[in-house]
Design a binder for this molecule. Structure first.
Ligand code: NDP
Length: 450
C-alpha cells in the first residue's frame, strides 16, 4: 500500500521536531508534522526556556546588595516586568521561527493543525483532510493539571505565568515539585510576596532528603513563606484578589494563586484507545523500550509517555525512534542515570540514587558550607555536595549538589557517574581551586556508613 508519508509526527515540541527533522534530513524519509499550537512545545514556549530566562531576571535582585559588600556603590533599581516580558516574548517568537525553519530546511511538510488518529496508518487534520503514513509518532506532550477544589478556576498555571499583565503583589503557589519551587524562587526574586503550600512534609519529594532540606531552608531564608502539610480547601473571588481557605482552617487573600500540582499527558481525543493503543491510568501512552505502542505502526515519545518528563530525554527518545525505525538499528532508550536540575535558588543538581533509595550498603560523603563568594559579604547562603558510594564496588551511585549553578556542575559530574566512576576515581582527580565544586573530589571521610 502506498502511503502519503513514511512518517507522520503529531506534536511539534522538542521530541517530535527532532524525530521529524532527523528522519527527513538524515534518512531520506518523507515526513509530515502537525502542531496545533506553537512550534517548540512546552520547553521552548511555556517551560524550560522562558522559565530559565525568568530565573536569570530574578537573580539580579540581590546584585546591588551583594555588590555593595564588594565595594561597589550601585543605586538600587526596580524591576520592569513589562520590559522583560516584551523581550521574553520576542525571544520566544525568534525560537519558534528557528524550529519552523529547521523543519522546513529538513524537508518536513508541516500542518498548523490538530491531528487525531483515524486508524493505525491514518491521521485526520482539523479541516477534515486525512493523511496516511507508514509510521505515526505521537509526541503531543502534557499539560498542567489543577486539583478539584472549590474555586480552582480562579487560579493560574505555569502556562499563564509568562503572560501576566503585571506582577502580582502576592501569590500563593500550590505544590512542592519542580515548577512550584522554581517559581517560588523566581517570583520572590522579582519582589512578589510568595507563600507556598505543600501537602506533604517536605518539598521536592523523590530528591535526596538532605538536598531537599537545604533547598527548603534556603528558600525560606530568601523570603518564601513555605508551609508544609497544608493544602487549599477552597478559593473565592475577592474583587481582584483571591480569598483562600486552607485545610488547617486558616484564611488569607492573595493577588494570584498558581497551581503547580503536576502535569498529565495530552492523549484526550486522539482516538488512541479505540485503535488498540494502551494507555496508563493517567492517560500516558504505554510503550516498550523502543517507544513502540501496542499498535506496531504507532510510536510515542516524550511527556505523552510519562517516563522521564524532561526535554533532553524526549529528544533522545526521538533519536532512538529514528534509529530503530528508519535506520534498521533497534535502539532501546537508555533511561539510566539521567542527570537533572531544579532551578531553584540555589539550584539542585542530581544524578543517580538518593541516600534513601540505596538497596545495598553505601557510604555517604557529604559536606555543607558557606561558599566564598557570599561568605565574604557576610551572607549565610549554604551549599551541599554529596556522594552516595557503594561499599562493595566503590562506584558513585548518586551525586547531589545544592549550589548556585548546580545544574552546570551536575552535567559534568553526570559523565563520571554514567561512566561508572568510583569514589577513588573522584579522589584522584585534582581539585580546581578555589571553586565550590572542588569539594566533590576532596571529601576524604564518610559521614555515614563507613
Ligand atoms: P511534579 O510532579 O514535579 O510536582 C507536583 C507537585 O504537586 C508535587 O509536590 C505534588 O505533591 C503536588 N500535588 C499533586 N497533586 C496535588 C493536589 N491535588 N493538591 C496539592 N498538591 C498536589 O510536577 P510539576 O508540575 O512541578 O512538574 C511536572 C514535570 O515537569 C516534572 O515532574 C518534571 O519532569 C518536569 N519539569 C522539569 C523541570 C526541570 O527539569 N528543571 C522544570 C519543570 C518541570 P506530592 O509530592 O505529594 O505528590
Amino acid at each position: 500500500m502506498a502511503f502519503d508519508y513514511d512518517l507522520f509526527v503529531i506534536g511539534g515540541g522538542s521530541g517530535g521536531v527532532r524525530a521529524a527533522r532527523v528522519a527527513a534530513s538524515e534518512t531520506g524519509a518523507k515526513v509530515a508534522l502537525a502542531e496545533e499550537d506553537r512550534y517548540g512545545g512546552t520547553c521552548v514556549i511555556r517551560g524550560c526556556v522562558p522559565k530559565k530566562l525568568m530565573v536569570f531576571a530574578s537573580e539580579f535582585s540581590r546584585l546591588t546588595s551583594d555588590a555593595a559588600g564588594y565595594g561597589w556603590d550601585i543605586p538600587e533599581g526596580t524591576f520592569d516586568w513589562i520590559a522583560f516580558r516584551t523581550r521574553l516574548h520576542a525571544e520566544l517568537d525568534r525560537l519558534e521561527g528557528v524550529y519552523r525553519r529547521l523543519l522546513k530546511n529538513a524537508g518536513v511538510e508541516t500542518f498548523d493543525s490538530r491531528a487525531t488518529l483515524v486508524d493505525a496508518h491514518t491521521v485526520r487534520l482539523a479541516n477534515g483532510d486525512t493523511k496516511t503514513a507508514r509510521h505515526i509518532l505521537v509526541a503531543t506532550g502534557g499539560h498542567p493539571t489543577v486539583p478539584d477544589v472549590e474555586g480552582a478556576e480562579l487560579a493560574i498555571t505555569s502556562n499563564d505565568i509568562f503572560h501576566l499583565d503585571a506582577l502580582p503583589d502576592s501569590i500563593l503557589i500550590v505544590g512542592g515539585g519542580f515548577i512550584a519551587c522554581e517559581f517560588a524562587c523566581i517570583l520572590t526574586g522579582m519582589g512578589v510576596k510568595v507563600t507556598q503550600f505543600y501537602r506533604g512534609s517536605q518539598i521536592l519529594r523523590g530528591f535526596d532528603d538532605e538536598a531537599r532540606d537545604l533547598v527548603a531552608e534556603e528558600m525560606m531564608r530568601k523570603g518564601v513563606d513555605l508551609r508544609v502539610n497544608i493544602n487549599v480547601a477552597k478559593m473565592e473571588s475577592d474583587g481582584d484578589a483571591i480569598h483562600v481557605t486552607d485545610t488547617e482552617g486558616g484564611t488569607a487573600t492573595y493577588s494570584k494563586v498558581l497551581f503547580a500540582t503536576g502535569r498529565d499527558p495530552n492523549t484526550k481525543g486522539l482516538n488512541l484507545e479505540p485503535l488498540g493503543v494502551r494507555l496508563k491510568k493517567n492517560g500516558a501512552v504505554e510503550v516498550d523500550a523502543y517507544s513502540q505502542t501496542a499498535v506496531p505502526s504507532i510510536y510515542a515519545i516524550g511527556d505523552v509517555t510519562d517516563r522521564w518528563n524532561l526535554t533532553p530525554v524526549a529528544i533522545r527518545e526521538g533519536m532512538a525512534f529514528v534509529d530503530t525505525v528508519f535506520r534498521g538499528k533497534p535502539t532501546p532508550v537508555d533511561h539510566e542515570l539521567i542527570p537533572s536540575a531544579v532551578f531553584t535558588q540555589p539550584e539542585l543538581g542530581t544524578v543517580g540514587i538518593t541516600e534513601a533509595e540505596a538497596t545495598e550498603p553505601v557510604e555517604i560523603y557529604a559536606t555543607t558550607f558557606r561558599p566564598m563568594q557570599t561568605a565574604f559579604i557576610g551572607a549565610d547562603d549554604r551549599v551541599l555536595m554529596k556522594l552516595v558510594v557503594s561499599k562493595e564496588t566503590r562506584r558513585v551511585l548518586g551525586c547531589h549538589i545544592v549550589a548556585p549553578n548546580a545544574g552546570e556542575m551536575i552535567q559534568l559530574a553526570g559523565i563520571a557517574v554514567k561512566m561508572g566512576a568510583t569514589k577513588e576515581d573522584f579522589d584522584r582527580t585534582v581539585a580546581v581551586h578555589p571553586t565550590m565544586s572542588e569539594e566533590i573530589v576532596t571529601m576524604r571521610t564518610a559521614v555515614r556508613g563507613a
